[in-house]
Design a protein around this ligand. Structure first.
Ligand code: CA
Length: 726
């Protein structure tokens, strides 16, 4: 920016500040990257790189230090931004989902108030973009070298060159070609610096001869926190591929240190001259490493350190190209006179581990991947070098953009507009949030990070791991690196209790009901095998009777086998029960193959006891899970009659708390009977003694049926099956 432009801008700012309103609807340039951690931005205090152009946004505007994602992974973060809602509300819970583009999103609402909208670059939501006048997006993750971009007519166009530069070029081209009489909202979305970090040739040597400082926790031993930390597969030491991550060619020479199997796909895309430039730079380094390894000069820790250097230098090289691109965009805004009425935002879909805890990748609720950069420049409104510690989240972006545009924010959006805070130099109002809610759903997926959720306040972070039913609590002031959970320390008992209350209340506020959120248990071999067997059997089709449920249903193959053979052996029946399942697992299974080609005349459903047995869940929430199962069956098996069983009694007597939960669930679900398709049938009294106790002859463990128990179940069910024509 020239001195004259700066001066004019400053004068303009004063004029605007006095009016405290932009002169007209501001343009919005939203530059967004992928996996760019705040600790690799100099405005956020990076110790490892310099980002002069990103810093221009911070210098002219505001840096939000407590900016967080709602679900730390690529697709879900984008869906949260577009919809202003948490993942469980927008339906994009995990990578591989398909975004429902008919939903309300902020770009659509901006079009309604006169904006031209465009998205160029990484999209990663599977369905085509909606709500954009112009779009051109990478397929899936896209490529760094010579990328293909999907055009609005569905065709693919290949560009020769480097992806970050091409996305910048195309964004600038759209800005120049758009209708200058309308305000614009441009989402310039980079693939960089996503794995497998492939920098442009001009930055290969950016850190030549430099030893990048290692994070203090590169050799974290994961003690003092949930044991689940040790299970994940995203460590620099153990989980880098020889070709894909570490950029070696050919056969893996040191399989004890590197994973084999994924080659460097970017190299394979390069032109001959690009390959030549790549090899000119990387080959000597690779040869030197191989030579030292063969000479036995490197210890295990040395190898980890070498991997860290290779990783971080390629990662930072990618970021430098993003920074270059941002510089070109900012220059264009200055030159074209657009700068003063354009709000510029820089963010990235989540943070990333740059060796902290020994990791790369994201997903965890720990600070490095929970945080997102959020830099914003709004000439005339936000004062230069503003700092904000307000707790903001990606669900706030949509409401904020709508507010900037003068559009109404729909009540269904869960985030809040940051505009009042932007007008108040980053200071939140007294009614701003005290805590954010976070949830990660990708069970049984790449990197093996467990499902977890939690809340973070200014000082504390509470995480819950459903699989191990475990809390972790961190005091971020005392332990900023999150090395020791204090959930079991007596001195933290009141803090744990308060945070647990906040957790429960926030889940209620955001309407998080895990009983209706589809979830796999595919991390368990036993479950995965059983699930695959059910799908295989269901693919054969032909069943007239299906039993859907948990271990009590699966038990037809155990203690109930002789009874099953007697009653159902000749009736073409199929068993869709899996021990330990809750409603959310059945929802997953029914939508992931378990119904195969079957179209039974009758389906017998009993589910929900594990929702209260393993997890202290509200009966109404469990009933919602059962209702969701009935909806899925209605959609997929519209001609099937359903026998919905009240959940069987359990526990020693009628005041057993878990039994009472089942009683309460049954009160809700009996209302799902519709007199036609869904038939509610409660047979629990068959298992009870006159005084309400349960005999161990019927339920040996006071939960699962004996052979005699199955006999009673079958007998009680039989009249209903006959009535339904079976
Ligand atoms: Ca990402």
């Amino acid at each position: 920016m020239s001195i004259l432009t700066r001066l004019l801008l400053a004068l303009f700012s004063v004029a605007l500040a006095s009016a405290n309103l932009p002169a007209k609807q501001p343009n919005i340039l939203f530059v967004f990257s992928d996996d760019h951690a705040p600790q690799a931005i100099s405005a956020y205090g990076s110790k490892i790189n310099k980002t002069p152009n990103l810093d221009r946004i911070a210098k002219d505007g505001a840096t939000f230090r407590n900016s967080f994602c709602a679900n730390s992974i690529c697709g879900p973060s984008r869906a949260c931004i577009l919809t202003g809602k948490h993942s469980h509300k927008n339906g994009f819970l995990r990578n591989g989902n398909r975004f429902d583009g008919t939903q309300t999103t902020f770009p659509k609402l901006m079009q309604d108030v006169g904006y031209q909208t465009a998205v160029i670059g990484k999209w990663h939501l599977s369905s085509d973009p909606t709500g954009f006048d112009h779009w051109e997006v990478l397929p899936g993750q896209g490529s760094y070298y010579n990328p293909d971009l999907i055009q609005m007519d569905g065709s693919r166009k290949r560009y020769e060159g480097y992806c970050t530069d091409i996305i910048t070029d195309n964004s600038l081209a759209w800005l120049k070609a758009r209708d200058p009489n309308k305000p614009f909202m441009l989402m310039c979305q980079h693939k960089a610096p996503h794995r497998n970090w492939s920098p442009p040739p001009r930055h290969y040597g950016l850190f030549e001869g430099v030893e990048i400082p290692e994070p203090e926790t590169l050799f974290d031993d994961y003690s003092g926190r949930s044991d689940l930390l040790k299970e994940n597969e995203m460590s620099i030491r153990d989980h880098f591929y020889w070709g894909h991550d570490m950029k070696f060619h050919g056969e893996n020479l040191f399989p004890e240190h590197f994973r084999s199997g994924i080659r460097n796909g970017e190299y394979a895309r390069m032109t001959d001259s690009q390959k030549q430039a790549w090899d000119d730079y990387y080959a000597p380094q690779n040869e030197s490493f191989i030579r030292r390894m063969k000479a036995g000069e490197l210890s295990d820790d040395d190898v980890t350190r070498w991997k860290y250097q290779r990783y971080i230098k390629t990662y930072l090289g990618c970021i430098q190209a993003v920074d270059d691109g941002v510089g070109r965009m900012l220059d264009y805004l200055d030159e074209s006179g657009l700068a003063e009425n354009t709000v510029v935002i820089y963010s990235s879909d989540q943070g990333f581990y740059l060796g902290e805890h020994g990791w790369y990748d994201k997903r965890w609720m720990f600070e490095e991947s929970l945080k997102m950069p959020f830099l914003i420049r709004w000439p005339g409104v936000i004062e230069p070098e503003t700092e904000s510690a307000a707790l903001v989240q990606n669900i706030d972006y949509g409401p904020t953009f709508l507010d900037l545009a003068g559009a109404d924010i729909p009540a269904e959006m869960q985030g809040r507009s940051m505009v009042p805070m932007l007008r108040n130099q980053g200071k939140p109002s007294a009614t701003w949030r005290d805590a954010i809610y976070y949830a990660y759903y990708e069970n049984a997926a790449v990197h093996a990070v467990p499902v977890h959720d939690g809340v973070r306040t200014e000082r504390y972070k509470l995480m819950f791991f459903p699989r191990s039913r475990e809390w972790n609590l961190f005091d971020l002031e005392e332990d900023p690196m999150e090395l020791q959970s204090v959930h079991d320390r007596a001195s933290y008992a009141p803090i744990l209790a308060g945070m647990q209350k906040r957790y429960r209340d926030l889940r209620q506020f955001y309407e998080v009901n895990s009983a209706v959120i589809p979830e796999t248990r595919g991390d368990l071999d036993r479950w995965r095998t059983r699930d695959a067997t059910i799908t295989k059997n269901a693919k054969k089709g032909g069943a007239d009777l299906a039993f859907i449920g948990d271990s009590i249903t699966q038990g037809w193959e155990g203690r109930g086998k002789s009874v099953w053979d007697k009653y159902y052996g000749s009736r073409n029946a199929i068993n869709l029960g899996i021990g330990g399942d809750r409603t959310e697992h059945v929802i997953w299974r029914l939508t992931h193959g378990n119904l195969g080609k079957i179209q039974p005349k009758v389906a017998v459903v009993m589910i929900g006891t594990n929702n209260t047995g393993h997890f202290d869940q509200d009966p109404k929430e469990v009933a919602d899970g059962v209702e969701r199962i009935l909806e899925i069956l209605q959609q997929r098996l519209p001609d099937t009659k359903i026998v919905l069983h009240g959940i069987f009694p359990r526990g020693p007597d009628s005041l057993d708390l878990k039994r009472l939960n089942n009683v309460a669930i049954n009160q809700h679900i009996r209302r799902f009977a519709d007199g036609d398709r869904v038939h509610y049938l409660e047979v629990g009294d068959q298992f009870l003694e006159p005084d309400g106790t349960i005999s161990k002859a019927i339920m040996p463990d006071l939960l699962h049926l004996s052979t005699e128990g199955y006999e009673r179940w079958a007998k009680a069910l039989e009249p209903k099956l006959k009535e339904l024509g079976l």
